[in-house]
Design a protein around this ligand. Structure first.
Ligand code: BES
Ligand code: ZN
Length: 443
C-alpha cells in the first residue's frame, strides 16, 4: 500500500460523526490528527474552537502579489446506520475491486485528503507552492455548518482569498472530469402531530377520535400535486429558469440520462416535476422530500393501536433565487393551513443553506477546467449539483469569493449510505488535480 493510502486509512479510522454527541471526542481526535499532518508539512496550523466541533486552518507563507486560494473540506462524516448492511467495518477501511470502502471515503475525507497530499507532494518536489494557500477544514458540514459563517466573519482578514476550491461534489462517470458550477440550497424541518394523550386501543376508540398517523399521511400528501409539482403556495415564486445552453449541454453528458438514474438508484420508476429530465429535476429544480416518517407500532405482527403522535422530517432543496427562510415560512404556513382537524401541530425549524450558482466560464472556471483536463487527460463536463454545501454561498457573501467545485464523488459511491466507497483511481487523480489546479490558478 502506498504512503498516501496509508495516511487516508488513518484519517478514515476516526468515527468523526458530527451529528452524534457520543462521537464528539472522536471528531476532536480527528481534527487533532489533521493538525498534526498539516504541521508535518511545515504549514502554519491553528485549531479553532467553536461551540461544537473545531475548525482547522492551515497556511503556507503568504507572499504579496500571488493569488490566494482557499481549499475547503470537511472531516466530519454521516452516521453509519443501518450498520448491519455494511459488508465491512465502516471505520476499518479495506480495499477491494479497486475501491476504498469506509464511511467518509468519498464524503469527504478521501476527496479532501487528496488536496492535502497534493500540496504535500508539491512541497516535497518543488519546495514551495505557486500560490498563497489557506486550507479551511470544518467538522460540522453534515449538520449544516452552524458555526462556520460566524467564524468567517470573525476571521475575515485571515481568510480573505481570490477563489475557493472544493472537492465535495459529484463526478458524472469514471474518468469524466466534472466541474460543478451550482449547488442546491436546503431548508429542513420536523413536524409532530399529537392526538390522544396516550396510545389507545383502536377497537375501543378508533373511529371516535382523530388518528395522528392518518392526519400525517394527509398532511404529507398535501405537499405535492398528483403530477409531482410541489403544492405549497408561492413555492416556485423566485425560481430562476434553466438557461437554454445548460439544458442543451446537459443532454450530452454521460452517466446522467433518465436510464442511468433508474440503474443507479434501482428504483421502480422515475417520478418528478413534469417537463424536466432527471438531471434537470435534481440539479436545477426545487423539491420537497420526506426524510423520515414515524408513528405507531413498528414491531413484528400487528398491534391494534391508535398512536398518540406522528412525526415527519422534511427537507426542501432550493435553487436560485429562492430564500431558505422565506420558503420555510411558506412551508409552515402550508402545514398549519392543511393540518386535519383533531390533532395539534408542532413545527420545529431545522438548519438551512442557500443555493449557489456561478459562471463556469469565468477566468477561474476556465483555470479549473484546464486543471481537470490536464489531470484526467479528458474533456471536462459542466454540471450543477443536486446536493448542498451550505457554506458555499456564504463564502461568496462574506469573503466575496467564488467556489470551484471539482467533484470526485461517483454516483455509486453510496455516500450517506452503507458501503460508502471511493476508487483508488479517484484518490490518485485528486492528488494530481490539486497540483494542476494550483499551477493553473497561479497563472
Ligand atoms: N458532499 C455532500 C454534498 C454533495 C454530494 C453535493 C454529492 C453534490 C454531490 C455534502 O457532504 C452533503 O451531504 N451535504 C448535505 C448538506 C446538508 C446536511 C445541510 C446535503 O446535501 O444533504
Ligand atoms: Zn455529505
Amino acid at each position: 500500500m502506498t504512503a498516501e493510502l496509508n495516511t487516508l486509512f488513518e484519517f478514515l479510522r476516526f468515527p468523526s460523526v458530527s451529528t452524534d454527541s457520543a462521537h464528539s471526542g472522536d471528531v476532536r481526535a480527528c481534527a487533532e490528527w489533521l493538525v498534526n499532518q498539516l504541521r508535518k508539512m511545515n504549514l502554519t496550523v491553528d485549531l479553532h474552537e467553536t461551540p461544537k466541533h473545531p475548525v482547522v486552518v492551515a497556511k503556507n507563507t503568504h507572499v504579496a502579489g500571488r493569488r490566494t486560494v482557499m481549499i475547503y473540506g470537511h472531516y466530519d462524516v454521516q452516521p453509519v446506520d443501518p450498520l448491519e448492511l455494511w459488508n465491512s467495518d465502516p471505520f476499518e477501511p479495506v480495499i477491494h475491486d479497486g475501491k476504498i470502502w469506509a464511511r467518509g471515503a468519498t464524503d469527504n475525507k478521501g476527496q479532501m485528503l487528496a488536496h492535502v497530499l497534493g500540496v504535500e507532494k508539491t512541497l516535497r518536489e518543488v519546495g514551495e507552492l505557486p500560490v498563497n494557500l489557506t486550507f479551511l477544514f470544518e467538522g460540522e458540514e453534515e449538520i449544516g455548518s452552524p458555526h462556520l459563517a460566524p467564524f468567517l466573519l470573525h476571521h475575515y482578514d485571515d481568510l480573505r482569498c481570490d477563489v475557493v476550491a472544493i472537492s465535495d461534489t459529484g463526478m458524472v462517470a469514471p474518468g469524466v472530469p466534472t466541474l460543478g458550477y451550482g449547488l442546491r440550497g436546503i431548508t429542513c424541518c420536523e413536524v409532530v402531530l399529537r392526538g390522544p394523550k396516550r396510545d389507545l386501543h383502536s377497537g375501543l376508540f378508533g373511529g371516535a377520535v382523530a388518528n395522528p398517523a392518518s392526519a400525517m399521511a394527509r398532511l404529507v400528501a398535501s405537499l405535492h400535486a398528483l403530477d409531482g409539482r410541489v403544492a405549497i403556495d408561492g413555492f416556485y415564486d423566485h425560481v430562476r429558469d434553466l438557461a437554454l445552453w445548460e439544458r442543451e449541454m446537459w443532454q450530452h453528458i454521460p452517466g446522467v440520462s433518465d436510464a442511468d438514474f433508474l440503474a443507479v438508484t434501482g428504483s421502480h420508476g422515475l417520478f418528478g416535476e413534469p417537463g424536466y429530465s432527471s438531471s434537470e429535476r435534481t440539479w436545477a429544480r426545487p423539491t420537497a422530500e420526506v426524510n423520515g416518517l414515524t408513528s405507531g407500532y413498528q414491531g413484528e405482527g400487528s398491534k391494534t393501536v391508535l398512536p398518540a403522535e406522528a412525526r415527519v422530517k422534511l427537507s426542501f432543496r432550493l435553487v436560485p433565487d429562492q430564500s431558505p427562510k422565506e420558503i420555510l415560512a411558506k412551508v409552515q404556513n402550508h402545514l398549519e393551513w392543511h393540518c386535519p382537524p383533531g390533532v395539534e401541530l408542532e413545527f420545529i425549524a431545522g438548519h438551512d443553506g442557500k443555493p449557489y450558482l456561478t459562471d463556469p466560464h469565468s477566468p477561474f472556471g476556465i483555470a479549473a477546467q484546464q486543471a481537470l483536463r490536464t489531470s484526467f487527460q479528458a474533456e471536462p463536463v459542466l454540471i450543477r449539483e443536486g446536493g448542498s454545501i451550505p457554506i458555499v454561498q456564504t463564502f461568496h457573501d462574506i469573503l466575496g469569493a467564488d467556489s470551484l467545485l471539482l467533484g470526485l464523488a461517483l454516483s455509486d459511491a453510496q455516500i450517506h449510505a452503507p458501503n460508502e466507497n471511493f476508487p483508488v483511481e479517484n484518490f490518485e487523480a485528486g492528488i494530481r488535480l490539486n497540483q494542476a489546479l494550483l499551477a493553473e490558478l497561479a497563472k
